[in-house]
Design a protein around this ligand. Structure first.
Ligand SMILES: NC(=O)c1ccc[n+]([C@@H]2O[C@H](COP(=O)([O-])OP(=O)(O)OC[C@H]3O[C@@H](n4cnc5c(N)ncnc54)[C@H](O)[C@@H]3O)[C@@H](O)[C@H]2O)c1
Length: 408
């Protein structure tokens, strides 16, 4: 079903976008796309099954671009619109597979929100469709565009720490309570919370340290479960008599629900530890938990090399460098790099850079930085980690790459 808007009038020399799944993430991403004249793309079509989300997106486009949009509730009709050059696909994760493949088959460039499908069968279909289409794929791995991680990668490539020998990464996310509501709370919809949340980090690990060799992971549900808060069995916020700090009044915010994050049934976990050995021999551990203190909500990184180490927290935009052999114990030779000021836009400044890269890649007819290679290897790692946790065994990466070969 589509409705034409009589005020539809767009700028013909810009890449024309259709947005599919105009929820929370699409809002931030598409506003970045249209608001800055230097990197502006045009948005001419929208699709969502929810009229409220659709109207919100329509209002946003109109406020920046001063024109209307064609609105759809069936994404296949949007893909049939020959004026649409590129799509941003950001519905719930379990819809990524079919929508992305249909979009490539319709000849569109695709910005696909992460994850790249919810399992390796879906991932390989998507990367093969991207490869065969010759169109540009950009996965929503926004962190590889955040100045903090760009600087970290540059320091590694420039051998400031010598050969990378060891890495510890930690994601602590206070805001993750919304995962225990709405579509996020079922593993069947996301592939699991590791795939949903720290596929980003796997992309960064591959980018910095190359191909993985083996992986093992443990996950469990420690706190977001009955007993995690004394609320006498309430399963919704509105019936709760002992409100927790995650109390979400009225609409329930992001997921439009007020399900109790402790008592409402869900089958995802709330913490994990992953260990990866790379082909270089580097051992990496990556932790994630959602019951951290609010002030520590962050990505914390430490990379130790043969000549020195770098440590940092994403939210501060600061990376500290310590040379390995420093007789002053850090008083004279330690350096601090300020990569960006806090508050420089969504995802630590990554959103704006990523949209620009996608537009550039389309214009230059090339693959994007967070393109096929990134989609493939990040998924091999995080979906391999999920297999390890599910099957309680160490996963050899070669077994996965034999079964799901990189598109040739
Ligand atoms: N890159 C990042 O850092 C990042 C951050 C947040 C979310 N995400 C990803 O973005 C995606 C969306 O997340 P969100 O937070 O916006 O969720 P959301 O629930 O707010 O939005 C999803 C939207 O998709 C719509 N939708 C559902 N089924 C549809 C269908 N068949 N056709 C069209 N629209 C449909 C829903 O009505 C909703 O408006 C997810 O895949 C998520 O993993 C990525």
């Amino acid at each position: 079903m589509s409705n034409n808007n009589s005020e539809l009038e767009s700028n013909s020399d810009r890449i024309k976008f259709g947005l599919i799944g105009t929820g929370a993430r699409c809002g931030g991403l598409s506003r970045t796309l249209v608001k800055d004249p230097e990197q502006r793309g045009d948005v001419i079509a929208l699709c969502d099954i929810n009229q409220t989300a659709l109207k919100k997106a329509e209002g946003m486009v109109k406020s920046y671009l001063k024109h209307g949009t064609k609105n759809y509730t069936d994404y296949r009709e949007l893909l049939d619109n020959p004026d649409v050059d590129a799509v941003i696909i950001s519905p719930p994760d379990f819809l990524h597979h079919k929508m992305a493949i249909d979009a490539f088959n319709a000849g569109k460039h695709v910005f696909l929100e992460k994850p790249v499908g919810i399992n390796l069968d879906q991932m390989i279909d998507i990367v093969n469709a991207a490869k065969n289409s010759g169109k540009t794929l950009e996965v929503g791995y926004v962190l590889r565009y955040a100045p903090f991680f760009v600087e970290m990668k540059k320091m590694i490539d420039d051998e400031e720490i010598g050969e990378p020998l060891f890495c510890q990464a930690l994601e602590e996310y206070y805001g993750a309570y919304h995962f225990y509501r709405g579509w996020w709370k079922k593993k069947a919809n996301t592939g699991g919370i590791m795939i949903q949340k720290i596929c980003h980090d796997m992309d960064l690990h591959y980018w910095m340290f190359g191909k993985p060799k083996k992986i093992c992971a443990f996950e469990s549900l420690m706190n977001f479960k009955p007993g995690g808060w004394d609320n006498k069995g309430a399963v919704t916020c509105h019936e709760c008599e002992n409100r927790c700090p995650y109390f979400t009044p009225e609409t329930g915010g992001r997921t439009n629900s007020d399900e109790c994050v402790f008592n409402d049934p869900h089958d995802i976990t709330d913490n994990c530890q992953i260990i990866i050995q790379f082909e270089t021999g580097l051992n990496l551990s990556m932790g994630m938990n959602f019951f951290n203190s609010r002030g520590q909500s962050d990505r914390h990184w430490r990379v130790v090399g043969s000549k020195g180490e770098i440590t940092g927290r994403l939210s501060t935009g600061m990376i500290r460098y310590d040379p390995r052999f420093d007789s002053t114990m850090g008083f004279e030779k330690t350096k601090v790099y300020l990569c960006n000021k806090p508050g420089t836009g969504g995802h630590a400044g990554g959103d704006a850079v990523q949209i620009l890269e996608f537009l550039q890649a389309i214009k230059e007819g090339r693959e994007s930085k967070a393109g096929i290679e990134s989609a493939y290897w990040s998924s091999i790692m995080i979906m391999g980690a999920q297999m390890s946790a599910d099957k309680d065994k160490i996963v050899r990466i070669q077994d996965l790459t034999d079964k799901y070969p990189y598109p040739g």
